[in-house]
Each structure stands twice: as structure tokens, then as C-alpha cells.
Design a protein around this ligand. Structure first.
Ligand code: ATP
Ligand code: MG
Length: 227
């Protein structure tokens, strides 16, 4: 479970300061699915980076199961990240010279998983997103939707507690968007993940059980009774 208290993040910009997050209080229960919307520059990606321990707040607490990520020494934060948190980004971020299987395996290297087990787990993870036949393909040989499924397999191969997705369908056309959402939601249910996703897509937001809006660094959350 996440508990955020009074989280702020300020960035210097010339002589000014940008207040990207301005006092975020937020609780996310285990197994929850939260969708975040809001205008560009509102602070959505900044918040996701805080949840994922990719960045630290200027002030406030980010408790993940009682551990404050804001205070954790770098080495322990890296460990929390590599064990517990999967990321999916708009731009897939696959390594172009590695096959689908090798891309997925990269997530297991920091965990000290042996080569044979890495290969097996990567193949399983790719099968679970419908790419069991594409293990040896390079990213350039796959469609955008397929590349994003490789990225999802890479995020989930280590069986993290948390999945964070920043506009995962932002670069995809409508049919692929639906396909990717189906995969994400199916894996969320199967793995019992805590799933936080940023999207500009209102059709996706309408189906979310819990919906947050971030505007000028402030958050409002509502239960989506119509979902
Ligand atoms: N590394 C950085 N250095 C300086 N300013 C930053 C940095 N990252 C973000 N900001 C600023 O913080 C604010 C929030 O940015 P953020 O990327 O979180 O917005 P966002 O809601 O994700 O927007 P978008 O919908 O365009 O992705 C913006 O004003 C942005 O310019
Ligand atoms: Mg963003």
C-alpha cells in the first residue's frame, strides 16, 4: 500500500521555481487500479516517478508498505525498484539490438536470476502477453502494439507488486490501444498488481474504478461508480 503525505516537488527553472507537485496526499491500496488524468504539465509524470522511486520529493513522505521511499539510501531504493516496481512508458524504451526475449530478460539481471531461469521466465512472460511466437524478433521487426507488449512483459517478468504506466497507449492507434488495455487489465487481475496509469484518453478513464485528476501539482481523487 502507498501512503503519500504532503509530497512536493520543485524544479528550478532559471531564476524561478516550478512547483510540479504541490502537497499531494494520496492512499493507494494493494490491488487497486488508479487512473490519473489532467492537463499537460500538471505533474502526472512527476507523481509517477515519485511512486516508482525514480525521483525524490522536495518534501513529504512516500510510504510503500511503511517504508519511506523519500528517505531510502540510493542502493536500497534501486533494490526496491528492481524487485517491486514495473514501469511501462509511452515510448516502449526497448533496446533495439536485443530480441524480445533478451529485452525481457534485462529486468531479471539485477535480481541475480541465472541465465537458464531468465530465459524460461522471459519466454513465459512473453507468452502471457500473446507473444510466445515472437521471442527472437527485434523491436524493429514488430508493430508498435507488439513492442509495447514486450515492454509489458519486461515490466512484469519479475512479478512486481506495483505496475506504473505513463501513457502506455499514447503512441498507438485505436485498435492497438484496446489490445494493450486488455493485456494490462488482464495481467493486473491475474497478478493482483497495484496498477497506476496516466492517460489522456477519456475512454480509458471512464472505465477506471478510481480516477485522479492532477492540475497544477494538486490532486483530486474520486471513486468511479459508473465503471
Ligand atoms: N526534470 C525537470 N526539470 C525541470 N522542470 C521539470 C522537470 N520535469 C518536469 N518539470 C516541470 O514540472 C511540471 C510537471 O511536469 P510533468 O512532466 O509531471 O507533467 P505531466 O502532467 O506529466 O505533463 P504531460 O501530460 O505533458 O506529460 C511541468 O511544468 C514541467 O515543465
Ligand atoms: Mg507526462
Amino acid at each position: 500500500m502507498y501512503e503519500l503525505r504532503g509530497v512536493t516537488r520543485r524544479y528550478p527553472r532559471g531564476k524561478e521555481t516550478v512547483q510540479a507537485l504541490d502537497g499531494i496526499d494520496l492512499t493507494i491500496a494493494d490491488g487497486d487500479r488508479l487512473v490519473i488524468q489532467g492537463p499537460t504539465g500538471g505533474g502526472k509524470s512527476t507523481l509517477l516517478q515519485m511512486l516508482g522511486g525514480l525521483d525524490r520529493p522536495s518534501s513529504g513522505e512516500i510510504l510503500l508498505d511503511g517504508t519511506d521511499l523519500a528517505e531510502l539510501p540510493e542502493a536500497r531504493l534501486t533494490r526496491v525498484r528492481s524487485e517491486n516496481i514495473g514501469f511501462v512508458f509511452q515510448s516502449f524504451n526497448l533496446i533495439p539490438t536485443l530480441t524480445a526475449q533478451e529485452n525481457v530478460e534485462t529486468a531479471l539481471v539485477p535480481l541475480g536470476v541465472r541465465a537458464k531461469e531468465r530465459r524460461e521466465k522471459a519466454a513465459e512472460a512473453l507468452a502471457s502477453v500473446g507473444l510466445g511466437e515472437r521471442l527472437g524478433h527485434l523491436p524493429g521487426e514488430m508493430s508498435g502494439g507488439q513492442q509495447q507488449r514486450v515492454a509489458i512483459a519486461r515490466a512484469l517478468v519479475k512479478e512486481p507488486k506495483v505496475l506504473l504506466a505513463d501513457e502506455p497507449t499514447g503512441n498507438l492507434d485505436e485498435s492497438m490501444r484496446d489490445e494493450i488495455m486488455d493485456v494490462l487489465i488482464r495481467r493486473w487481475k491475474e497478478l493482483g498488481l497495484t496498477f497506476v496509469m496516466v492517460t489522456h484518453d477519456s475512454a480509458i478513464a471512464r472505465k477506471a474504478p478510481r480516477l485522479a485528476t492532477i492540475r497544477e501539482g494538486r490532486i483530486t481523487v474520486r471513486e468511479n461508480t459508473g465503471a
